[in-house]
Design a binder for this molecule. Structure first.
Ligand SMILES: Cc1cc2nc3c(=O)[nH]c(=O)nc-3n(C[C@H](O)[C@H](O)[C@H](O)COP(=O)(O)OP(=O)(O)OC[C@H]3O[C@@H](n4cnc5c(N)ncnc54)[C@H](O)[C@@H]3O)c2cc1C
Ligand code: FES
Length: 284
């Protein structure tokens, strides 16, 4: 077997008649792993079977209108193309080649590593230093990061300067994790590694507050005392946890849960003797 032959895996994974309209099925493809086979508008497609967020089996999610929603935290993908449609996933699902055989067999051909990883990052363009445009993004949460990323994707093709400015001291991270686990290490929950920003020429200013916007001269005022000229600005400053306006809510050891620092501060105080009161009862 040549290595290039080994790169691909193919085979009949099920029969067309096994899947009804608007149904999905996780089917084994050779020894590479499972692929998600979907029937939408009478056509069968095959995409990655695991969510690109934390790998949930998408077959346990919800399918409707050609979109599949992850059962764990709600990321949404186009079931035909695999494109990411909704946070908290960032990458798309790989989309595999499907051929329906004469006997109705659903034949799938796929790159072995894509079946295993079940994720693809969209192709990106390079920054052109002679492009004078600057897009400033205020807020380094997922919305800010996704904006920067989509601008650099080939489909959008933005080659100017991108500056992402954030008050928090960390690279954009998965805030969803803040409510699901304690003792978090930031390196485990960042959405993209530092090398990603370098590779795609996305400047990231951490621990920097935008304190004002002068829209007539197109200048951002930064908490560091310096200014930043922009061509366009995108505001992605998210929300804040609301502290109830009751006496004592600002006392020591009263926390809101919004950042990784909040989570770690709560964790530091937990011991067998600690009494904990939780105000608010959502699932977060
Ligand atoms: C505990 C918790 C659990 C969650 N779990 C889930 C889940 O399971 N599934 C799900 O889909 N969603 C979940 N969410 C919601 C999800 O995290 C938010 O919808 C998402 O973070 C919103 O992204 P955003 O980029 O709009 O804003 P944010 O994540 O709030 O980011 C905004 C950023 O902008 C910065 N900023 C604000 N003002 C300025 C300024 N003037 N200058 C510079 N920077 C500024 C902020 O410091 C922040 O870093 C959860 C949220 C929390 C708090
Ligand atoms: S694992 Fe799918 S949204 Fe988190």
């Amino acid at each position: 077997d040549s290595p290039s032959k080994d790169e691909y895996v193919e085979g009949v994974v099920c029969n067309e008649s096994d899947i009804k309209e608007n149904e999905m099925k996780a089917c084994q493809l050779g020894d590479a792993g499972k692929v998600l086979v979907v029937k939408h508008n009478g056509k069968i497609s095959a995409v990655g079977a695991k969510c690109t967020h934390y790998g949930a089996p998408l077959v346990n999610g919800a399918l409707g209108d050609g979109k599949v929603r992850c059962p764990w935290h709600g990321a949404c993908f186009d079931a035909v193309t695999g494109d990411i449609e909704d946070y908290p996933g960032l990458d798309s699902l790989p989309c595999f080649q499907v051929e329906i055989k004469k006997d109705g067999g659903v034949h799938v051909r796929a790159k072995r590593d894509l079946v295993k990883s079940s994720r693809v990052t969209k192709p990106m363009v390079k920054r052109n230093p002679s492009d004078p445009t600057t897009i400033a993004i205020i807020g380094g949460g997922p919305a800010g990061l996704v904006c920067a990323e989509v601008l650099r994707q080939k489909e959008c093709g933005f080659t100017g300067r991108i500056v992402l400015i954030c008050m928090e001291p960390n690279l954009p991270y998965d805030r969803c994790k803040v409510g699901k686990a304690l003792e978090l290490k930031i390196g485990q929950i960042i959405l993209r590694k530092e090398s990603f920003y370098k590779e795609h020429d996305i400047e990231f200013m951490k621990s920097t507050e935008v304190t004002g916007i002068d829209t007539s001269s197109k200048i951002l005022k930064l908490g560091t005392g310096s200014d930043l000229e922009y061509t366009k600005v995108f505001i992605a400053t998210g929300g804040l946890a609301r502290r109830p306006n009751v006496p004592g809510s600002n006392l020591k050891n009263v926390f809101v849960l919004r950042t990784v620092e909040d989570s770690n501060a709560i964790y530091d105080l937990i011991n067998k003797e600690a009494n904990i009161v939780v105000l608010g009862a959502s699932y977060r």
